[in-house]
Design a protein around this ligand. Sequence first.
Ligand code: MG
Length: 248
Amino acid sequence: MDRVQPAGFSPRNQRFPPVKIQSPIPAPAPGRDRGDVCPLRPRAVIFDLGKVLLDFDYQIALRRLLPRCRVPAEALRHLLLHERLLVEYETGRISTAEFIARLTAATGYQGTEAEFRAGFGDIFTPIEPMVALHAELRARGVPVYVLSNTNELAVDFIRGRYPWFAEFTGYVLSYEHHALKPDPALYVVAERLSGCRGAELFYFDDRPENVAAARDRGWQAVEHTDPERSRAALAATGLLDGAPGHAG
Ligand SMILES: [Mg+2]
C-alpha cells in the first residue's frame, strides 16, 4: 500500500521511466482547475484504498511471517517496507511470483505460498463510515472508483474478504499501470476510465502529495483525516442531497 515507500523515494528518482500516455487527456479547461474543493457537483467519486477505506498494519504481516524466516525481525521489516522490492512490486515491475521468490531468497522463508499470501494479505481493517459512504453513493447511482498504490497479493486478499470491494464502477491499481501516485500518469488513467476530468471528479486520499497531484489536475480533492470531515466535504457539493435514487 502507499505508506511503505522507502526513504528518498519519489517519482523523480525512480529507476524506470514513467508510463508514456499515448493520448493524454487535455488539461482541465480554464476556470475548472481551482486548487481547492469548489461547490460544483461532481459526476464521479474516487477513493484511495489504504487509510481511507481500509486501515492496514504491516506489523501484522511481519509477526506472521517472521517465525517462518531465518532473519531477525528488523531485517525482515527493512526488506519488506524500506527497500525497493515492494515499490517494484506495486509498480508491476515484478510479478507476485517474483516478489515471493525474492523475499524467500533474502529471508530463507520456509512456509508455503498459501501461508505467505495469508500472512502478507490479512492486514486490513475496514474504515466502516467510509465503506458506508461508498455504499450510499452506489445507492444514489454515483459512479465510484478506486485509485490505489497497491499490489496483487493485497487486492486478491481484499477481493476475497470484503464483498463491497467488487461494487466499484472501476479500479485504477498501480501495479496494473506501472505507476505510483502521485505520478500524473495514474490520474490520467482514472480520468480515461471515468470519462470525467477536472472538477467533475471528487477524490479522497490520506496523503497530501496525492491530494496535491489531484488538485493539479483540477480535481476536487480532500485530504482524508476522518470520515466525518470527508463526508461533510462531499456533502458540501450537493451530491448527497435528497433521498437515494433521486440524486445524481
Ligand atoms: Mg492511502
